[in-house]
Design a binder for this molecule. Sequence first.
Ligand code: PLP
Length: 424
Amino acid sequence: MSHSTAATITARAGIAQDTAFGAVTPPLYLTSTYELPAFKQPGQYDYSRSNNPTRDTLADALCHLEQGARAIVTGSGMSACLLALQLLGPDDTLLIPHDCYGGSYRLFTNLAQRKQAFKLQIVNFQQHDWVAKVTAAKPAMIWLETPSNPLLQITDVKAVCQLAKSLQAKVVVDNTFLSPVLQQPLRLGADIVVHSTTKYINGHSDIVGGVLVANDPAIGDELKWWANCLGVTGPAFDSYMTLRGLRTLVPRLQLQQQNTAELVSFLQRQPLVSKLYYPGLVDHPGHAIAKTQQTGFGAMCSFDLAAPAEALPVFFASLRLFTLAQSLGGIESLICHPGTMTHASMDAAAQQTAGIGPTLIRLSVGIEAAADLIADLQTGFNAVANWLATTPVSNNSERLASGRADNRAADQQFRLNPALTAFW
Ligand SMILES: Cc1ncc(COP(=O)(O)O)c(C=O)c1O
């Protein structure tokens, strides 16, 4: 591809490249295997776990967008994370932030504790002593997620990469919350970028997928080998869908960010919001860094509801547009309670350390009319205000604690029975 702006790369991904029939839209290659031109003569493609033309078209576009050397499209965001971890051995230390996505946290902690796949250290990059802590940990790999899920905390990618270089550590950045349109970690010095393409890159909540983009071709080739070996490469059909979604990534994000700005300004004036988390706010602790390393503040925001946790069902039940669901980044607005949903695999102590409070609510803002979204949230706040005015206050913390215990029990069960992964 010769075009370098995100709008052009995304809109033109795979367009008008079909040499067989001149199809403008790239064909979907639903084949598991490929005919050899002749005995002992391998063709360009041999088996779709290794390579598939539709998946390759998506990988090329994402590689170009992130300005990397190699991209590997995987079957989920988690398999992209798992793939990056293949660079580590049992004596290596993986250093992770204290507030990453709950599923990543579960993968890191379980691989470290139950499989001894690597050693694990957790650091709070928001504290002033992070440099000393990272240096002391002697990591082989540093994992970053910025903005973080669900508190939208910002980490200075350039500063971490500079330190990592001096420690000969690799830096992996989970760029899911922004997409390459709003942040390009490889340009800030990172070695690897991962995405859950399930989110903004696909943007329509109709597939699950991931991608890993490496800066160094040798590392990319090694991980491509692992992707085939482990069988974590993404399906052709999902790649086709993701390519289709990718074409509108730039205008989708523009609309989603505009809506988020309007919602944030509404939430700022809302008495039932005790704390608002959005890096676009000038008083957000990461605002200045976000301005330098991002080209937009994104379309995710979180807030603490200024009411007992018992009011949460009242709030959620009164909403008509914000759908109560896991995931994010689609064109439809979603709302979630991280403590019992996306981050339920973190125990109470880990949630507390990460700053995930009992009434924290996360919004993934879609492309509906901003006025309608605001009206929807206003209905929710009115319902909570009404509930507060009519309900005698009981022991909310006790109820919350029992809710958390239920989640932990579910997660333990889930660990024993992989079939329950459907919950995630
Ligand atoms: C930041 C982040 N990384 C990774 C993942 C995992 O992606 P997937 O659900 O596609 O496996 C998620 C999922 O929510 C996420 O939010």
